[in-house]
Design a protein around this ligand. Structure first.
Ligand code: ATP
Ligand code: MG
Length: 325
């Protein structure tokens, strides 16, 4: 890695107690590094732990074990004041803008709120105007309410709010999957433009593999709470080495089908996803993997770095090839 890693997660673990059913390990010892100014995509089927990982990186949830640092500073276990100071550096953009904006506030109030909370001393209206401009929204929208805006405009407001305090790191959790396809590209290009102008670092969570390929320098693939493959996006997409990644990418490109449905269909063909409450022994993917051997069912494969620099958690990563349909 040439540049400097802004975000480093080590042994990231999140367990939930599910009443009467035991402990659900949603994130299970995840290591991640995101180089400053770049995008790491996080992909994998529904329920594998992507959003939980994003929330843990932002300290929106408590860790069960592990460590997260941003710019070398630990993100968890801080007092209120320290955490507030650190929050300036890292922000979320969610799928549904209503998760991060208050529907009863005007656009101006929504964007100004984080500035107020952090004691911004300058010209607030002027600053809001600059931020609207940065996300390509007309200043006339400042007095509107979220319900008066289109979905794309609302997501732009959420992005303006997220960048208000000049953060370094943004977790984008399916930021365009709720938008019309025609609007998605505009919002994606806005995110890309802001990254280039401001040197932002992104974790980009998405079911849309075409988008991931377009946006992310590196891609991490998650299965039942663990990273099963990670590396430069071009390498992972051109020659996936984990059977799960191979099956995930085998989804036939059908542009009219929503990406989430596409992934769901391919994944259904692999058979039932095991419950995170009762993961198979050995490799967690062994119950669905067409190449699984006795060794896979007994011995959990470590995520290991291959000679080409990408990492894969498969005993047979060098040779694995599932039906290239
Ligand atoms: N607060 C919670 N209490 C109990 N279990 C939870 C909680 N939050 C998440 N989980 C479980 O943790 C696992 C991971 O959930 P998560 O939302 O991170 O998945 P995801 O990869 O973001 O899925 P999706 O693609 O559907 O958004 C799931 O099994 C989920 O049911
Ligand atoms: Mg999610």
């Amino acid at each position: 890695m040439t540049g400097q890693d802004l975000v480093v997660a080590e042994g990231l673990t999140k367990r939930y107690d599910v009443r009467g059913r035991g402990t659900l390990t949603a994130v299970d010892g995840v290591d991640l590094r995101i180089e400053k100014g770049t995008t790491l995509a996080l992909v994998g089927e529904s329920g594998c732990g992507k959003s939980t990982t994003g929330r843990l990186l932002l300290a929106l949830e408590r860790l069960s074990a592990g460590k997260v640092t941003i710019d070398g500073d630990s993100v968890h276990g801080l007092g209120k004041r320290e955490l507030r100071a650190l929050r300036r550096k890292m922000q979320p953009v969610f799928q549904d803008p209503y998760d991060s904006i208050n529907g009863r506030m005007t656009v101006e109030q929504i964007i100004a709120e984080p500035l107020r909370v952090h004691g911004f001393a300058g010209d607030l209206a002027g600053k809001v105007g600059e931020l609207l401009d940065a996300v390509n929204l007309a200043s006339a929208l400042a007095r509107r309410f979220p319900h008066e805006l289109s979905g794309g405009q609302r997501q732009r407001v959420a992005i303006a709010r997220a960048i208000a305090l000049d953060p370094e790191f943004i977790v984008c959790d399916e930021p365009v999957s709720a938008l019309d396809v025609s609007v998605q590209a505009q919002v994606v290009n806005l995110l890309r433009g802001l990254q280039a102008e401001r040197g932002l670092t992104y974790l980009f969570i998405s079911h849309d593999l075409a988008l991931v390929r377009y946006l992310a320098q590196r891609t991490a693939v998650m299965y039942l709470g663990r990273i099963v493959e990670e590396g430069p996006t071009a390498l992972v997409f051109a020659d996936p080495r984990h059977p799960y990644t191979q099956l995930l990418l085998a989804a036939a490109p059908r542009p009219r089908v929503r990406a989430r449905d596409k992934v769901a269909a391919t994944v259904r063909s692999m058979g039932e996803l095991p419950s995170p409450l009762s993961k198979p022994s050995g490799c967690a993917f062994s119950s669905r993997c067409p190449l699984a051997t006795d060794r896979c069912r007994e011995e959990t494969p470590a995520l290991r770095v291959l000679p080409d620099g990408r990492a894969a958690a498969c005993h047979y990563a060098e040779t694995a090839q599932v039906g290239a349909a």
